[in-house]
Design a protein. Structure first.
Length: 97
């Protein structure tokens, strides 16, 4: 597997809008080449008959039954708001128009 050059790391840093020092570029080049070497070693493994997986362990979500339940009356939680108008919370404007 070809090694990454310093100019390739600089190009990727530019695309990612990263401002790196010369030491960081050199360090990243070395680190990425080590990582690529690990991938090269993994490519040598015989994976025939190994089913594809997305996780090393089986994952299972536990969901509760979705059931409608009564909630607080609207007036009760609007009373707790710092500011409310009609049936809505009033919040500071975050987008200028």
């Amino acid at each position: 597997m070809p090694k990454l050059s310093l100019s390739e790391v600089e190009h990727v840093a530019l695309l990612a809008r990263l401002r790196l020092t010369a030491e960081e570029k050199t360090g990243l080049t070395e680190s990425l080449n080590v990582i690529l070497g690990h991938f090269e070693a993994l490519q040598q493994l015989d994976t025939e008959g190994v089913p594809p997986t997305t996780h090393a362990m089986v994952l299972q979500n536990v969901f509760r039954e979705d059931a409608a339940r009564p909630s607080l009356p609207r007036e009760a939680f609007l009373r707790e708001a710092p500011e409310a108008r009609d049936e809505f919370f009033v919040v500071p404007r975050v987008v200028d128009t």
